[in-house]
Design a protein around this ligand. Structure first.
Ligand code: SAM
Length: 252
């Protein structure tokens, strides 16, 4: 994965690789109203170094398969799971979220924070549906417009980065169209972006540049991240991650 080495280097020592928070993951779990009478089978897709995987492991009687296509992130997750006494509950799987080796109706819960955009929300919720038991829970966070209109600068930036960005009513419609019953939605608050994700990343920029000989590629990454952070600070009233909680009713 030569192309990813700089991104791995920038993100692997962070607690999380995208906006989110333990309190917010717990809130999503509570909204899901899971039946906890039996051990649960959970897939955490695009888990990174496992912020949500470890939280779920701590809170639930569950077997969790944590999936990411970067083995470096999974190695860190394995170490964290071992150090937290969660190794028995968590196994890791290095593969693409678009080509999962799961059985039909294998899982009680599919969880994915800040990752489904890599294959696109609609394709993701359609593809992953079959791995869920009927009545099983889907929890996904997805970048979302939180107002009906917005300044052109931010609209153009995000439509270029992620053409599927949309308002929550459109995302919920996609869930309804594809065999899910949406049961909860909320917006990640500012601290999930700034305190939990952007600030720790910014604190690491100088070391990152030094480790990588201040190379042009490393500088370009820092510049792009700084641009994204400035944009967030300027336009945070217009977009965030939405957290979508839905039950599977039937196949798409
Ligand atoms: N869920 C983690 C969190 O919230 O801290 C990580 C979020 S990070 C923004 C997205 C993750 O998806 C990264 O760990 C990345 O390696 C992973 N990823 C990207 N494309 C992927 C793919 N096609 N298949 C599997 N994982 C992928």
């Amino acid at each position: 994965m030569e192309d990813y080495q700089l991104l791995i280097d920038l993100h692997k020592n962070a607690y999380r690789q995208g906006p989110g928070g333990d309190t917010e993951s717990k809130k999503a779990l509570d909204l899901g109203m899971l039946d906890k009478s039996q051990p649960l089978k959970i897939a955490d897709i695009g888990c990174g170094t496992g912020a949500s995987t470890l939280l779920l492991g701590n809170l639930l009687d569950a077997q969790i398969t944590a999936v990411d296509f970067l083995q470096d992130f999974l190695d860190i997750l394995n170490t964290r799971a071992k150090n937290s006494g969660l190794a028995e509950k968590i196994s890791t799987l290095c593969c693409s979220m678009e080509n999962l080796p799961f059985e039909d109706e294998e899982y009680d819960v599919i969880w994915s924070e800040g990752a489904i955009y890599n294959m696109g929300f609609e394709k993701g919720v359609i593809d992953w549906n079959r791995y869920l038991k009927v009545g099983g829970l889907l929890v996904v966070s997805e970048i979302t417009w939180i107002s009906n209109s917005r300044p052109l600068e931010v609209q153009q930036y995000w439509e270029k980065e992620y053409p599927e960005i949309d308002v929550s009513s459109s995302k919920i419609k996609i869930l309804e169209k594809n065999g899910y019953s949406p049961i909860g939605y909320f917006v990640l608050p500012e601290h999930c972006w700034l305190d939990n994700y952007y600030q720790p990343m910014q604190n690491n920029f100088q070391d990152f540049l030094m480790r990588n000989g201040n190379s042009e590629d490393a500088r370009a990454i820092v510049e792009a991240e700084n641009k994204e952070i400035e944009l967030y600070k300027k336009y945070k009233n217009y977009y965030s991650y939405g957290v979508y909680i839905a039950k599977k009713l039937h196949l798409p």
